[in-house]
Design a protein around this ligand. Structure first.
Ligand code: GLN
Length: 561
């Protein structure tokens, strides 16, 4: 196994994840099979209990792993299916070591960070790197490891030490370290400053790791003399100093790396030049350029709870982007804080209320993404009602689907207090209920998680046609509540159709409203499996419907073309 380690220096938020995935893309384009590992040095076992407000979206994998959103970048960029083991956290490592300690595996020994924690890290990396993630058999050629945080952080020290040992044990030709750093510009003269990078490389060296390549983030392209300085003071050949300057969209990054011959430097370090081909990035080039030249856009209202931080819905945003590009459109996403739509806000914050409604009315389609807790729920219900009554295309994802059921029960069935048990335990009409298999006492990893099958009840529904599969679809899930099976009959009689159910037939997975241009709710999170070039079906349907092109699309694609 060959390893490419990506570390970060100077500041966080440099786009290390995108850089690391782009490196993977370039290597893949050279004909190599690539896997990846993300190391998060925090103490949480996984990202499942972390707030999207603080940490961004919780990404869900096929195997039910709730992981860092960077794994989503790897899956999308490399078109792979990762496992929960591909996300290593301090919590997971300590848990495994402490379990062994209790079992008596270290009997007689003092259990210490070095060697026990560091050995556990090394073993984890070496075994996970072997798991095939691209649908083919046997291990990949290269494993890209991204170390989260910034070099020098106290909490990443055991990982740095383990990686130092790993670099030594796997040998020179099998290890390539790429350090991502920042080149800020200061003062009126606008000089590109190399000192912060020099310091962070020095820090890395003091910890026993030597960077083979530098990936320097900057606003403008690096000047030749900045590169020379970096090379001289950081002891990295000039050819190995890569520059990732700001680009119009992230699909340019693999191209930027290829143009600077990054693949050549990495392949040389890993002694892979003889088996690699010249990088073929045709599809990436096309996509990056197409996007830059798009002129028409589609106005999408995103009505959610965590609208302050767009990373909270990163995969939804990406899925919209993939669907829009497939329709030659630029997404124009308007974020609406659901609580601003509520009647209360008309009193307390009238301006925000008016602005939110204006934005909603201006939208060509509406999306209510997943979420937890009752904040903004009434606003989401109002958005679903508005979409339903005004024939505006609507996609409800997970919570968004549950919202449309509550709305229908209230408005159409006349059950004014219908609600989800999540928001009102004592509602007389619980149309959404707690799923029996979930734990009421433990939050971590206790939901219905990961890939589950949905069986279409009729081939004659929009969703199955969009998926181009009359029978079933496998998508990822993350929820504790579900539509109450006791109310299905009345809801269906009143017009809301549950066109997708799980394999038992008792759990509702997809709803549609016949006669409406596009009113779809899905209990799953289709955004997690959307890929550039392979847009997710429910998102594609939403965008097509927003432009009045859905019917034409479906009739054209009915013959399987
Ligand atoms: N809170 C809802 C549930 O647990 C929806 C979850 C979600 O949107 N991911 O079922």
């Amino acid at each position: 196994m060959k390893y490419v380690l990506v570390t970060g220096g100077v500041v966080s938020g440099l786009g290390k994840g995108v850089t690391a995935s782009s490196i993977g893309v370039v290597l893949k384009a050279c004909g190599l099979r690539v896997t990846s590992i993300k190391i998060d040095p925090y103490l949480n076992t996984d990202a499942g209990t972390m707030s999207p407000f603080e940490h961004g979206e919780v990404f869900v994998l096929d195997d039910g792993g709730e992981v860092d959103l960077d794994l989503g970048n790897y899956e999308r960029f490399l078109d792979v299916t990762l496992t929960k083991e591909n996300n290593i956290t301090t919590g997971k490592i300590y848990q495994s070591v402490l379990e062994k300690e209790r079992r008596g595996d270290y009997l007689g020994k003092t259990v210490q960070v070095v060697p026990h924690i560091t050995d556990a890290i090394k073993d984890w990396i070496e075994s996970v790197a072997l798991i095939p993630v691209d649908g083919k058999e046997g291990p990949a050629d290269v494993c890209v490891i991204e170390l989260g945080g910034t070099v020098g952080d106290i909490e990443s020290m055991p990982f740095i030490e383990a990686l130092r040992q790993l670099s030594f044990s796997v040998g020179q030709d099998n290890f390539c370290l790429i350090h991502v750093s920042l080149i800020p510009v200061l003062g009126v003269v606008g000089e590109q400053k190399t000192k912060p990078t020099q310091h962070s490389v020095r820090e890395l060296r003091a910890l026993g790791l030597t960077p083979h390549l530098l990936a320097c983030r900057s606003a403008q392209p690096l000047l030749d003399n900045t590169k020379e300085k970096l090379s001289q003071f950081c002891h990295v050949p000039a050819a190995n100093i890569l520059n990732i300057h700001d680009v119009p969209n992230i699909w340019h990054i693999p191209l930027l790396l290829r143009n600077q011959n990054a693949h050549h430097s990495i392949l040389k370090q890993l002694d892979l030049l003889s088996i690699a081909t010249a990088p073929d990035l045709e599809a990436w080039t096309r996509r990056a350029e197409t996007f830059d030249n798009l002129t028409d856009s589609v106005r999408i209202a995103m009505v959610g709870k965590y609208v302050g931080l767009t990373d909270s819905y990163l995969s939804v945003v990406k899925a919209l982007l993939h669907a829009c590009i497939a329709c030659s459109l630029k997404p124009s996403i308007d974020w609406i804080a659901a609580s601003d739509l509520e009647d209360d806000s008309a009193q307390s914050t009238p301006e925000a209320h008016a602005a939110a409604w204006k934005t909603l009315r201006n939208a060509e389609c509406i999306i209510v993404p997943g979420g937890f807790g009752d904040r903004g729920v009434n606003g989401m219900i109002l958005a679903a009602k508005y979409a339903r009554e005004n024939n505006v295309p609507y996609l409800g994802i997970c919570l968004g689907m549950q919202i449309s059921v509550i709305e229908y029960a209230r408005s159409v069935l006349g059950l004014a207090r219908a609600n989800s048990a999540e928001f009102d335990e004592h509602t007389p009409d619980p149309v959404i209920i707690f799923m029996p298999e979930c734990s009421r006492t433990h939050m971590g990893s206790t939901m219905r998680l990961g890939s589950r099958r949905t069986l279409f009840q009729t081939p004659d529904c929009i969703t199955s046609k969009l998926y181009c599969n009359p029978e079933y679809v496998d998508e990822r899930h993350r929820h504790r509540y579900e539509v109450n099976p006791d109310v299905i009959g009345v809801l269906e009689e009143a017009g809301l159709k549950f066109v997708g159910k799980d394999e038992t037939g008792k759990r509702m997975e997809v709803l549609e409203l016949p006669g409406h241009p596009y009113y779809v709710g899905v209990q799953c999170h289709p955004e997690f499996k959307s890929r550039p070039g392979k847009p997710s079906a429910p998102f594609l349907g939403l965008i097509l419907a927003a432009k009045g092109q859905l019917e034409a699309y479906l009739s054209k694609h009915q013959n399987g073309s």
